[in-house]
Design a binder for this molecule. Structure first.
Ligand SMILES: [Zn+2]
Length: 226
């Protein structure tokens, strides 16, 4: 794979899904053609940033950290505001969980496209999925497709946004990681909304992760490592 010589940028959060996407990108484009980008958006769980660094190191690819502190200044969501506990559904967000950071993926992918453009990279890989997920509207295929069109127009580029997990269940994502040799890296990933290591096992993110590993019949390397 990777015979095309195209370069790819993986948006790496340090979580399970983006780590799986990293291994997908290495398989498809070749390790030497893959770079990862991690956003420091003021997330309350700083451990995510360290996880991304360690995952990239293990995978043997470069990791660039880009600061975007505007979301924390906006406030109002549980992922950046330490005064807000994680709740499954917030009464003010129209049924979305209060871990939803409005516009986050739109901004991330726009900055990723700008970063890629300046380095001659046309392939962007992101771990968004509309199946089996928290219902974030900026993770849906229609949103990503529209954004890709917007970026192509706005940057006069041929950027492609790859979403290899878009239609996969959590079980299938775990199986994909296994098939791509990404399971050891799972021990370095971070999922828990409460920022705990070992993970709390109670929050929506922990439960979803556990469900995927259980259904795949695979022990989560993270739980065995901590
Ligand atoms: Zn948790």
């Amino acid at each position: 794979m990777g015979a095309s010589g195209e370069k790819a940028l993986v948006v790496l959060s340090g979580g399970q899904d983006s780590t799986t996407c990293l291994y997908w990108a290495i398989d498809r484009f070749g390790r030497d053609n893959v770079v990862t980008l991690t956003f420091d958006y003021g997330q309350r769980h700083r451990v995510e940033l360290e996880c991304a660094t360690r995952v990239a190191e293990l995978a043997g690819v470069a990791n660039v950290r880009l600061p975007i502190d505007t979301f924390a200044a906006l406030g109002g969501d549980a992922l950046t505001d330490t005064g807000i506990p994680v709740e499954p559904v917030s009464p003010t967000s129209g049924g979305l969980p209060n871990t939803f950071v409005p516009g986050r993926n739109l901004v991330f992918l726009t900055f990723a496209a700008a970063f890629a453009y300046q380095r001659g990279i046309t392939q962007i890989v992101t771990g968004v999925a509309q199946t089996d997920f928290s219902g974030y509207p900026d993770c849906r295929e229609a949103t990503i497709h529209a954004l890709q069109e917007t970026l192509r127009l706005g940057m006069e580029s041929h950027v492609v946004i790859h979403t290899p997990l878009m239609h996969l269940s959590k079980r299938q994502t775990v199986e994909l990681a296994r098939d791509l040799g990404g399971l050891p890296a799972m021990a370095l990933t971070h999922t828990c909304y409460n920022g705990q290591r070992p993970p709390c096992g109670q929050c929506p993110a922990c439960k979803l992760r556990a469900k995927g590993f259980f259904e795949a019949g695979i022990d989560d390397p993270l739980l065995q490592s901590v």
